[in-house]
Design a binder for this molecule. Structure first.
Ligand SMILES: [Zn+2]
Length: 366
């Protein structure tokens, strides 16, 4: 045992008190005990050739063996829990309060056993045994709570499925076929919805075996802990907002003189559908691909110019200090000029996108 070392909770137990020094003396005792094996029966024992003093010299070695036995027994009983706790530590962020307390407890234990008076070792072990379990129970409660918040339960999972097939989403997916629409809003929405994972299989018994959910591998360290249910409600609202804003954008572009001219060229059925939309100010339901195609044709005279919100922010705010009205206006105008360089201003339609590295490559519509 001492040659290989006994690792417990990341601590080498060979360093307990003066156990290593004592262990060296065991070699002598071993030779002595082997020589005693010859006295294998009471009859032979009568011929024992050792004096009492020679035997008592080795009594200390026998005590050392007893202590080693205690260490081994302790590791056998508590090793799995200690290993579990070490793993649990890696699941939470390093600055988490539970992690800090567990680390402090381990350090305390390490210095306690280093300086421990060997005969008092069993007591020290007993004290530690009493600390490990509560830490484990506390983690299980903590993890269950974070897991419940971050993951969708049965009901929220159903809400997510409903959102995935929501008619509003289908409308947006169709409209995304129109160049002028800020498609990134749709992509963001879809990514956020896909990022919500469902898991309702986790039990405390699972966690008792391993500190990570075996069903979804949830790690609070790397994932947002905004409650899944709250996120779903936000997404539902986002869907409404995006539909409203896309509808307004479509209507505004349809009122454009360039577009009006194109409307006259549409097939009568399509022209009627677009006219109905303008009159009612609400999208047809269901929204079919013919309607989308009609809008594409109507907007074919317009040029989409993608612009980055980040870029605009840098231009207007950046690291400049306080600005006068004219300075601010000047910055904005030169930004617009750069954006529209070589474009027909009448036909250009600026679509703002939130990415930091948008390219400003402009695409002709249609
Ligand atoms: Zn899970």
């Amino acid at each position: 045992m001492l040659r290989e070392g006994v690792s417990f909770w990341g601590i080498d137990l060979r360093n307990v008190g003066d156990l290593a020094v004592r262990a060296e003396k065991l070699a002598d005792a071993k030779a002595f005990l082997e020589s005693c094996q010859a006295y294998s029966s009471p009859g032979k024992l009568k011929n024992l050739r050792y004096a009492a003093s020679e035997i008592s010299v080795h009594a200390e070695a026998v005590r050392t063996l007893g202590l080693m036995e205690a260490v081994r027994d302790f590791v056998a009983r508590q090793g799995a829990t200690a290993h579990w706790l070490s793993l649990a530590e890696t699941v939470l962020p390093a600055e988490h309060e539970w992690v800090k307390r567990v680390r402090a407890a381990r350090q305390e234990f390490e210095s306690a056993i280093r300086g421990a008076d060997l005969p008092r070792l069993p007591e020290e072990f007993e004290r530690l045994s009493g600390t490990l379990r509560p830490f484990k129970r506390e983690f299980i409660t903590l993890y269950m709570d974070l897991h419940t918040r971050a993951r969708l339960g049965v009901n929220d999972d159903k809400r997510k499925s409903t959102l995935l097939t929501d008619p509003r989403l289908q409308t947006l997916q169709r409209l995304a076929g129109i160049e002028l629409m800020p498609r990134q809003q749709l992509t963001d929405f879809q990514n956020r919805l896909a990022g919500l994972k469902s898991c309702f299989a986790l039990t405390e018994r699972d966690l008792d075996a391993s500190p990570i959910c075996p069903h979804c591998g949830f790690r609070p360290q790397t994932e947002s802990v905004v409650a899944g249910g709250v996120m779903l409600a936000q997404l539902d609202k986002t869907l409404d907002d995006v539909v409203t804003s896309w509808t307004s954008a479509l209507l505004a572009n349809l009122e454009d003189p360039i577009t009006r001219h194109n409307l006259d060229l549409l097939a009568p059925k399509d022209a009627q559908a677009v006219a109905d939309f303008v009159a009612s100010r609400s999208l047809p339901d269901p929204l079919d691909s013919d309607f989308v195609q009609a809008l594409r044709e109507a907007f074919s005279g317009l040029v989409r110019v993608a612009a980055s919100l980040h870029d605009l922010d840098q231009t207007l705010v950046g690291d400049h200090g306080a600005a006068t009205v004219d300075e601010l206006r000047g910055r904005f105008e030169s930004w617009i000029d750069k954006l529209l360089k070589g474009k027909d201003r009448q036909k250009a339609r600026i679509v703002l996108e939130s990415g930091a590295h948008e390219n400003n490559e402009n695409q002709e519509n249609g």
